[in-house]
Design a protein around this ligand. Structure first.
Ligand code: SF4
Ligand code: SF4
Length: 245
């Protein structure tokens, strides 16, 4: 489910007026503080987030990263079009020295990576072989083997630094609380089916891309694979950078 700019602001204002962001931050603060080796591997596939989490990140980006917005939009749009054809792309919010630019508002999926062995933590593109088969059949696109074969390794480098305890149960409860907040914004059936639980980079790209641009994703992928670049993508990026958030 996408949130175009005209729909995003009413939701943002509803969430603000009704204390949903305070609720979200309180859920986040129930999790232990962690540190890791900051290799950036887990930021190769930006994970899914609920829309309430995306709105929180969007608000933070506007308030704290305004100078970086054009470049963040460029990276988000590039990621949206090319994530399945270029293994070198990473989360647009990954900054210098592998520091997360949105660390205080990063979503639960990022917070839980390395703390839980299972569940919706860390990015995962799911059934890549099946996706590759469908792209070949429908669009004649052969997804690169390194993208199809990429599996996010389990990370054993995450350390709890504040003496609290982490557990898979704690994380699962936190997810269910965020889902409850989400159902203040969207019908519970949509939330339960995870229709609003989408990689936050996709949320951001879809906020600034027109429908005409979105449906050309396979064409851009094909052009990129055949020529190593895409004039069409460059045009979409230029337009997206001019969107006034
Ligand atoms: S959580 Fe693990 S994989 Fe992710 S940046 Fe830290 S050390 Fe690397
Ligand atoms: S939001 Fe931060 S922690 Fe999460 S994938 Fe992006 S850079 Fe990594």
């Amino acid at each position: 489910m996408l949130l175009s700019l005209d729909k995003l602001y009413p939701q943002l204002s509803y969430a603000q007026k009704n204390g949903l962001f305070e609720g979200l931050n309180s859920i986040y603060s129930g999790l232990p503080e962690t540190a890791c080796d900051r290799c950036g591997t887990c930021c190769t596939v930006p994970p899914p987030a609920y829309i309430i989490e995306y709105l929180n990140m969007f608000r933070y980006m506007k308030e704290n990263l305004s100078d970086l917005i054009p470049s963040l939009l460029e990276k988000a749009v590039r990621f949206y079009f090319l994530e399945l054809v270029d293994i070198n792309l990473k989360c647009p919010f990954l900054g210098e020295e592998n520091l997360c630019l949105v660390y205080p508002v990063r979503p639960l999926s990022c917070r839980g990576y390395g703390l839980a062995k299972k569940g919706n933590f860390g990015g995962d593109r799911g059934e890549m072989e099946e996706l590759a088969r469908r792209y070949k059949e429908k669009y004649g696109i052969i997804l690169p083997a390194e993208v199809v074969g990429f599996k996010l390794p389990e990370c054993g480098k995450v350390r709890v630094v504040d003496g609290r305890k982490a557990s898979a149960e704690l994380l699962e409860v936190a997810v269910s609380y965020v889902a409850q907040l989400e159902s203040r914004l969207f019908p519970v059936e949509l939330v339960d089916k995870e229709y609003t639980f989408v990689p936050f980079v996709t949320h951001l790209a879809l906020t600034v891309l027109s429908e005409g641009a979105r449906i050309r994703r396979p064409k851009v992928m094909k052009e990129y694979l055949e020529t190593g670049g895409s004039a069409m993508l460059n045009g979409f990026i230029e337009k997206a950078k001019q969107v006034s958030l």
